[in-house]
Design a protein around this ligand. Structure first.
Ligand code: LCS
Length: 418
């Protein structure tokens, strides 16, 4: 169910994040959107129930289909992304799978970036193939590779930018043009940037996906996802598929994420300020071998980042001396920064993609996607910069010091998982 969006049309992003989706028809005048913790909604009469089911009259029916708290969150994110509408899903992966299910059929072909979240890739590679959908994986930072991989049967181009975990970028306007030429949809997972820093629809994307678990919620306490569609026809399709497959969101989950979303601007501003300083610090540290952060002039797509992003984000990946062993040393020795997967929260987290988030991708395909064994991924939070720098510095300086204790762990980290 749509909420009036006219009020937030011309507001700045920070203001929109705070006000969009607010319910303004309550008799109580509450400032926070309430949690409508109900599974179903009573009809005043049988005729009214029938009219709501047929779509003749607006009104709530059942919370798997629509719920006011969930609708408020959907409206907020749709407004921020500049889409026609949004559909909230139980998880980020529910958003990804709902998009695949909504727009792909047997015989269709997908062009996908090879460096995307492990599970998003595995569905295409190992599951959708069983339903007759074929995928070509390409380096999503090379527009020519996307263009070359297009076939008459290509129905979808799927990218993440910045990419998880290489932090390379896809040229959104170029990818949109390539998809459009073939009559395919451009689907962009915008989780790493958030709509505060990047709005793919402005560059021609048809569908935007979020794991709300990350920057939009921002507090490492809820899982959730969202699909935003540029036009009504695509929104209707995604909405129908999420409803019938049951991938939708619970009202309490929506309320928590809405509360997180209200401070998106503050958190992203602080996180990316810290990230920029940490990236510069890491670039000069003797124990690192390379640093990938779109804000560094050494990033091969720094100019593209300036064109299509409003800031460079809170994610950094870097290589360390002594490869995998060095990475494990850093992760085992950080004291303040948490050793955990996930990202985008107020607390900084560090992880090792090759043995954790991207372990389900075979080693040779990981290397193709530049997910090197020595790559360490850092999600930069809102702590004091000096504390973060000191923590990383002391952990990096341990590299090469406790070699023998690491052998068993390196062995264990080779087990595949996702
Ligand atoms: N898209 C991206 C870019 C992600 O990073 C993730 C999760 C998802 C989709 C799936 O979202 P979820 O279902 O978990 O809400 N990424 C994770 C990561 O990098 N570490 O842990 C989870």
């Amino acid at each position: 169910m749509k909420i009036d969006r006219s009020k937030s049309k011309r507001l700045a992003k920070a203001t929109t994040a705070i006000h969009a989706g607010a319910l303004d028809h309550s008799v109580y005048g509450e400032v926070s959107v309430p949690i409508f913790q109900t599974s179903t909604f009573a009809f005043p009469s049988a005729a009214e129930g029938a009219a709501r089911f047929s779509g003749e009259k607006p009104g709530y029916i059942y919370s798997r289909l629509d719920n006011p708290t969930v609708n408020a969150l959907e409206e907020s994110v749709a407004t921020l992304e500049g889409g026609f509408g949004a559909v909230a899903t139980a998880t980020g992966m529910a958003a990804v799978s709902t998009v695949y299910l909504s727009f792909l059929s047997a015989g269709d072909h997908v062009v996908a970036a090879n460096c995307i979240y492990g599970a998003s890739r595995v569905i295409l590679e190992s599951e959708l193939i069983r339903y007759g959908v074929e995928t070509t994986f390409v380096d999503g930072s090379q527009l020519s590779q996307i263009e070359k991989a297009m076939r008459p049967q290509t129905r979808m181009v799927f990218v993440e930018t910045p990419m998880n975990p290489s932090l390379k970028l896809t040229d959104l306007a170029g990818a949109a043009a390539a998809a459009q030429k073939q009559g395919a949809l451009l689907v962009v997972d915008n989780t790493f940037a958030s709509p505060y820093l990047q709005r793919p629809i402005e560059f021609g994307a048809d569908i935007v996906i979020h794991s709300l678990t990350k920057l939009i919620n921002g507090h490492a306490d809820v899982i959730g996802g969202m699909v935003i569609a540029r036009v009504r026809e695509r929104y209707d399709r995604v909405k129908r598929m999420a409803n019938i497959f049951g991938n939708t969101m619970d009202p309490h989950q929506a309320w928590l994420i809405l509360r997180g979303l209200r401070t998106l601007a503050l958190r992203v501003e602080k996180g990316q300020e810290n990230a920029m300083k940490l990236a510069r610090f890491l670039e000069t540290h003797p124990k690192t071998t390379w640093v990938s952060y779109p804000g560094l002039s050494s990033h091969p797509q720094h100019e593209l980042a300036k064109r299509q992003m409003d800031g460079f984000g809170c994610m950094i990946s870097f290589g360390v001396q002594n490869g995998l062993e060095g990475g494990i040393t850093v992760m085992n020795n950080v004291r303040l920064i948490g050793l955990a997967v996930s990202l985008g929260g107020v607390e900084s987290l560090i992880e090792h993609p090759a043995s954790m988030t991207h372990a389900c991708i075979p080693p040779e395909k990981r290397r193709e996607a530049e997910i090197y064994d020595e790559l360490v991924r850092l999600s930069v939070g809102c702590e004091d910069f000096d504390d973060l720098r000191n923590d990383l510095d002391q952990a990096l300086n341990r590299i090469g010091q406790d070699k023998s204790a690491l052998e068993a762990q390196i062995e264990a980290s080779q087990e595949p998982g996702c």
